[in-house]
Design a protein around this ligand. Structure first.
Ligand code: NZQ
Ligand code: MN
Length: 395
């Protein structure tokens, strides 16, 4: 098992005419911060330190980092308490803290929510984040950012994206720019080994969906396909095992699955399941990103397999075979959801709730729906949403 060698070889193979791959500096392993801290120190003397609600403090990791910064004479502006599905208001607060601290760079220690917040602040210092998202303004500058991902995960420590919620419009949208790619992407197994089983399951399921959606895109190219399949292969080996035991090998496997899928995601995009998942979490933040995907992807996959042409069918078959559990991809996904105990009702959805999710999806997620490997119309989207959340019982 030498995933680092595989990763380097794959990056090397496709690096030549790909600017994004050339920007990556990825380190996965136990205590990777020790070997990479000299690079962090090169970024400046004042840091915006972004962290989540409580996990890093409870585990003593927040303090360890504060001590590390202090020992190396880096002054910290603390931006903590970042919660899931980060909102514009909280980003604006981060921008204020960063400006007050005159920070030179940003260091994120957390899951996708923390890293996305840091990324949004890195450009929010120079302009309005929602204007950037709505393409009313163009990103021209960003502060350098280090992302230490504590979940495996969203791929946020690798991707040029940050997903932000706007509570005024109830929208969850993606900020995209090459300048959002972190200068240094870390996954420290000493930290990811503490993730509780439900979070391993939901974040790992997110990785799987990145693999499935990228691999089945009509315009998926050789590079994205290879990274996506590699992620699914690692999901097969390590996701369930990582939920039920503490073996470091499985944590490492999941950290790499996250990296391979993150690269696939950065090279291409997602489609229908992700398109619907964001309106779900924007309206109902108690349903986290991975759980929302677990509700939606089985029905989406069934529809796409039944309607897709031979090439689409072949791709889903390949995914089913790679995932192992069942050669039928939709069945394999359902079985995995049961194994991971993601077949739980999180919220009782009313008719109005479902109508709202449908309305939001067609209002602002339609470009993602249109990337579906087979044509999908409004009625189909309605059917997927209603059947996925039928009685709020899953499946
Ligand atoms: O808040 P704390 O106390 O830190 O606890 C967190 C949180 O409750 C906990 N946690 C994180 N690392 C831990 C840990 N607990 C114990 N040990 C650790 N090592 O896990 C919980 C979930 O954290 P969160 O960051 O919300 O989860 P995730 O990493 O799944 O990120 C989700 C966000 O990322 C976006 C999603 O939409 C969502 O907003 N995404 C970002 C993408 C990107 N930037 O490229 C792409 C993805 O598709 C996704 O949309
Ligand atoms: Mn995702």
């Amino acid at each position: 098992m030498d995933y680092d060698k595989d990763l380097k070889e794959m990056i090397q193979k496709y690096n030549d005419n790909n600017e994004y791959l050339g920007m990556l500096d990825i380190h996965v392993g136990e205590n990777v911060i020790d070997e990479t801290f000299p690079q962090v120190m090169n970024l400046g003397k004042n840091v915006l330190f972004c962290t989540g609600k409580s996990a890093m403090k409870r585990l003593g990791i927040h303090k360890k980092y504060l001590d590390l910064f202090k020992k190396n004479k880096i002054k910290v502006a603390d931006y903590d308490g970042i919660t899931a599905n980060p909102t514009l208001e909280r980003i604006e607060e981060g921008v204020r803290i960063a400006k007050k601290g005159k920070v030179d760079f940003i260091f994120c220690l957390g899951g996708g929510s923390v890293i996305d917040s840091g990324k949004a602040v890195s450009v929010g210092i120079f302009g309005d984040v929602w204007d950037y998202i709505e393409k009313k303004d163009e990103i021209k500058r960003s502060l350098p950012l280090v992302a230490n991902s504590t979940t495996s995960g969203t791929g946020s420590h690798i991707t040029p994206y940050a997903v932000i919620s706007n509570s005024a419009t109830c929208e969850k949208k993606t900020l995209r720019h090459r300048l959002l790619v972190p200068k240094l992407s870390l996954a420290d197994i000493e930290i990811t080994k503490h993730v509780p089983p439900y979070v391993i399951a939901t974040t790992g399921f997110d990785v799987l969906c990145h693999g499935i959606e990228v691999y089945t895109l009509k315009d998926c190219d050789e590079a994205a396909a290879e990274f996506a399949l590699k992620a699914v292969e690692l999901i097969r080996k390590h996701l369930y095992n990582s939920c039920i035991n503490k073996s470091i090998e499985d944590k490492v496997g999941m950290a790499y699955a996250d990296v391979f899928a993150g690269i696939a995601l950065a090279l291409k995009k997602t489609h229908v399941a992700h398109a619907i998942s964001h309106p779900v979490s924007a309206r109902f933040p108690e349903i986290n990103h991975g759980q929302a995907l677990a509700y939606i992807i089985p029905k989406t996959t069934e529809m796409q397999v039944s309607r897709g042409d031979d090439e689409v069918k072949k791709r889903f078959q390949k995914l089913g075979a790679t995932l192992g559990i069942d050669s039928d991809c939709a069945k394999a996904v359902r079985k995995l959801i049961k194994q991971l105990k993601l077949d739980i009702p999180v919220r009782k959805m009313s008719e109005t709730d479902l109508q709202t999710i449908y309305g939001d999806t067609i209002r602002y997620r339609w470009p993602s729906v249109e990337r579906s490997p087979c044509p999908i119309n409004r009625e189909d989207i309605k059917k997927i949403i209603y059947e996925s959340f039928k009685d709020s019982q899953y499946p």
